[in-house]
Design a protein around this ligand. Sequence first.
Ligand code: ADP
Length: 382
Amino acid sequence: MHELPQFPEVDRGLLELLIQAAPVGFALVDHEFRYLRVNQRLAAMNMLPAADHLGRTAYELFPGLVERWEPLWRQVLATGEPVLDQELMATLDGQLYSARVSYYPVRAGDGPILGVGIMVEETTEQRRLYELAQQSLAAEQAARTQAEVALRMRDAFLSVAAHELKNPLASLLGQAQLARRRGVAEGISEAMGRALEVISDQALRLSRMIDDLLDLSQLERGKLNLVYTSLDVVALARRVTAEAAAAGGKARVSFHSEVAGLTLTGDAARLEQVIGNLVGNARKYSPAGGSICVGLGREGQWARLTVRDEGIGIPPEALSRLFEPFYRGPNAEALHIGGFGIGLSIVHEIVTRHGGTIGVTSEVGYGSTFTVRLPLPEAEVQ
Ligand code: ADP
């Protein structure tokens, strides 16, 4: 082992320097609690020069504080055992300080205890940071609870409002359709027929918007339930497209499938909603008309559904945000084409829940193509 050099005088001086320069407070008090040594750090904490401590007792210097230290010092002197890591707080000059303090017996060799060694580590800053963190945590928790309550209230309101709105809407729709059928049979004017058509169309639209709002609140709470069955997506898309085509409007809606049928596992009502929504958007965003093509095909392990229109198109900067809830394209807003901006976010969720993907390509002024890919079961993959 390396022999340590023995220079007692130098060592003592070094030790003194070490204690003086230490970033923790050190002091030694005798049996009367008179300060024998105080380092710079503790003097700074006590706000009293080190020299002013020496030879004076803690009773003289810190009359308000000493009664808290005294029992611990006495304990060290009586037992010869250290008292470690005491959390102490004090107000000095109106400022609150906190510190972690240890007291220990100081003796020369086996001789009697000379006094109490004091080591003080200031923790004011740590405590302040800790308290700040606690406060912001509490504020964050309160805000979260508040937000959850608000969300629950919104959902409860939505569900009540939706039911209250849907009943009169359903009867409005029923009556308008009945009147139209009777009118056709009994011979009403073309203008009246068109008016009744607009009424049913708009009532249906309102009803879908209400469904979308309800879906979104369920989706946000992870409660959008899907019921899976085996279904033919070609037949489903053909039916939805035919309904859209029958609804009239400026744009011509057509359907084309590369295959006779494609069976996959999915929620029929939700997939109908996906196609209905994409075709509905294609019509809505084609105010000047044009053609809308719904296409189906097989692409390896995927069933591919495309909905292409020749409508207003989507600006490039909007493409990446289309599937966010409440996002609406700037051109849709500018052209005053109404909507909540939630349909595509629901479509995206439904497709994703089926293990599929959705994408879009578009050119402003020329039209858009939405492509949905849904996974096919092994048997369907060629
Ligand atoms: P909404 O139609 O109610 O605004 P969506 O979530 O269905 O909500 O659509 C989001 C946005 O995507 C629309 O506001 C519109 O800007 C754009 N969009 C969707 N479909 C089309 C389309 N076929 N042609 C052009 N823009 C579209």
